[in-house]
Design a binder for this molecule. Structure first.
Ligand SMILES: NC(=O)c1ccc[n+]([C@@H]2O[C@H](COP(=O)([O-])OP(=O)(O)OC[C@H]3O[C@@H](n4cnc5c(N)ncnc54)[C@H](O)[C@@H]3O)[C@@H](O)[C@H]2O)c1
Ligand SMILES: O=C(O)[C@H](O)COP(=O)(O)O
Length: 526
């Protein structure tokens, strides 16, 4: 039975799902060295933002197949290191969107009306109504940096509260921004005009310290900043200095450069600063959502199925996956087959997506083809995650072409592999009840479902050759399950595809090519 380690607090709903397929250990608060010591026993690791999954931990996780982040941000996971090791990293892109957006809005209102400090003063026994006069958000300008899932929900609610909305997001179109009621502007203009600035961007090399002494200097002296996105987007010492000097009005922060927040000047500031301990996703609803979302993906991957929200498998989103699922196995099978026919070291794989597969959405089929191609060399070590990297490291060039006009089948896939021993090609499609069929081998039309053990011959189409091959295999006790010949012209060249019940014993291929008329023979195991 598979083993899953849960190293941060997650909702029981997730544990219940994992328990259907694995034995689950919940061990929170582990030190890095403790995690390194035990991770080698586990097939999957489930985390939130509390566990830092470093390269060292990934290297120690020799059995790891998947790291599941019950939340959005995977900046606490060394994703490139996981990718190199073929470990799938999944997250829950939407499970806590509403929770995080509502936290940002709550922070904005709490900051405007001094709610935390007013609350604390009443609880201390005071009744001070003069120190906590606030500001309304109605008709004020909110600058939203990052108009993705959370930023968009913040915009919708803020608009309903009567705020004017400016947004900066270089990856969003003006039309999309306008649909959400935002005016898309340059960052400097947003900084200059906003009364409130809320950050909803990932932490990247470009966004690190986006809010610094220079950008803070561009803001209104009354501006208030809310960061419920990621620590490190704001340079905290510069922020504290700007608030102290009255250069900006205040800040509400849920995330910090170092978490848990240690010694910090921010702690000593008054009602103009609100700090929460990374609570953006901490609602009952969001925790159930993310736990279920990620646990289901871990369960699926442990059962050998693809994950719907893998961050390190390009193009494999849930909708795309659903559509392509039946073709993924076709692509893998064809990749595996053409790699074995080509033999030797493959240098070039040409993948032609045909018919209804000739769209950009089908890109994962190229990865699946590569996975199949590399299977003979890497076995279980190759997967959708590392197939591209492994191919690059082996100097395999991949050419991807599309031919929407190929209409023999609704969608078909043609692979051609060129290697040190020559070039071979195979085509396949899904027929009937989505059954995989080989429809062409080396340019010869056939129609056979692939089987585990197969023999292919290239021969002259002439009387008696099938009988001779049958007798030869019979004399070695090889049982033929099915046989089909593909030819372009009568008595020209032809291809024979035989399904056999067991692997072809060693040395028989040499005997097969001695049969007069047979030029080449190949055996494959799929
Ligand atoms: N505090 C919490 O507990 C909590 C909870 C959930 C999410 N988050 C964080 O909130 C952030 C936003 O999450 P989301 O789900 O909305 O992500 P998202 O991917 O839907 O949106 C992010 C947006 O940022 C934009 N963007 C990227 N780089 C940018 C740049 N340099 N300048 C401006 N815009 C840029 C993208 O185009 C995208 O539209 C993430 O950092 C996430 O980790 C925090
Ligand atoms: O990226 C996220 O999903 C949030 O930062 C939530 O983090 P958490 O799961 O540790 O609350």
């Amino acid at each position: 039975m598979s083993k899953v380690l849960v190293s941060d607090t997650i909702d029981q709903a997730g544990i219940d799902i994992l328990s259907q397929v694995a034995s689950v250990d919940v061990k929170t608060g582990l030190k890095p060295a403790e995690l390194i010591e035990i991770i080698g026993d586990y097939d999957a690791l489930m985390i939130r933002s509390g566990t830092r999954v470093t390269q060292e931990i990934i290297d120690a996780g020799t059995q790891l197949k998947i790291i599941g982040r019950a939340g959005v941000g995977v900046d606490n996971v060394d994703v490139p290191a996981a990718t190199r090791r073929g470990i799938v990293v999944v997250n829950s892109p939407e499970g806590n969107t509403i929770a995080a957006a509502e936290h940002a809005l709550a922070m904005m209102l709490a900051l405007s009306r001094h709610i935390p400090d007013a609350n604390a003063s009443v609880k201390r026994g005071a009744w001070d109504r003069n120190s906590f006069v606030g500001a309304e958000v109605y008709k004020k300008t909110l600058g939203i940096v990052g108009l993705g899932k959370i930023g968009s929900h913040v915009a919708a609610v803020a608009k309903a509260m009567g705020m004017k909305l400016l947004a900066y997001d270089p990856f969003i179109s003006t039309e999309r921004a306008e649909q959400i009621g935002c005016q898309l502007v340059e960052l400097d203009l947003l900084f200059q005009q906003a009364d409130y600035i809320t950050l909803h961007i990932p932490k990247t090399s470009e966004t690190t310290h986006l809010i610094n002494s220079v950008t803070l200097g561009k803001m209104k002296p009354t501006a208030r900043i809310i960061n419920c996105a990621r620590g490190g987007i704001i340079e905290e010492t510069a922020l504290a200095a700007a608030i102290k000097a009255g250069k900006i009005g205040g800040a509400a922060l849920d995330v910090f450069e170092t978490e848990p927040l240690g010694e910090s000047e921010l702690r000593s500031l008054g009602k103009e600063v609100i700090l929460t301990p990374h609570l953006g996703a901490s609602t009952t609803e969001a925790q159930v959502n993310v736990a279920i979302d990620v646990a289901e993906q871990i369960r699926d991957v442990l059962l050998g199925l693809p994950a719907r929200s893998a961050v390190n498998i390009p193009g494999l989103g849930p909708d795309v996956l659903e559509e392509l699922k039946p073709y993924m196995q076709l692509a893998e099978t064809l990749g595996n087959l053409v790699g074995q026919l080509a033999g030797g070291r493959v240098e070039l794989l040409n993948v032609r997506l045909q018919g209804e597969l000739a769209t950009n959405k089908s890109q994962p089929l190229v990865i699946a083809s590569l996975k199949g191609l590399l299977y003979q060399a890497l076995r279980e070590r190759v997967n959708y995650v590392n197939a591209n990297i492994e191919a690059k490291e082996r100097g395999i060039r991949v050419i991807e072409t599309r031919d929407a006009s190929a209409r023999d089948y609704a969608g078909s896939l043609h692979l051609e592999a060129t290697g040190t021993l020559g070039t071979h090609s195979v085509t396949g499609a899904l027929l009937g009840d989505k059954e995989i069929h080989l429809t062409d081998v080396d340019g010869f039309p056939i129609n056979v479902p692939p089987s585990k053990y197969m023999v292919f011959t290239l021969h002259r189409d002439m009387p008696g050759i099938i009988g001779k091959l049958g007798s030869l295999l019979g004399s070695f006790n090889v049982n033929i399950a099915s046989m089909q010949v593909g030819r372009k012209i009568v008595r020209g060249d032809a291809v024979m595809a035989l399904s056999i019940d067991d692997p072809l014993p060693d040395g028989i291929l040499d005997e097969i090519v001695k049969v007069p008329g047979i030029r080449d023979a190949y055996t494959v195991t799929l």
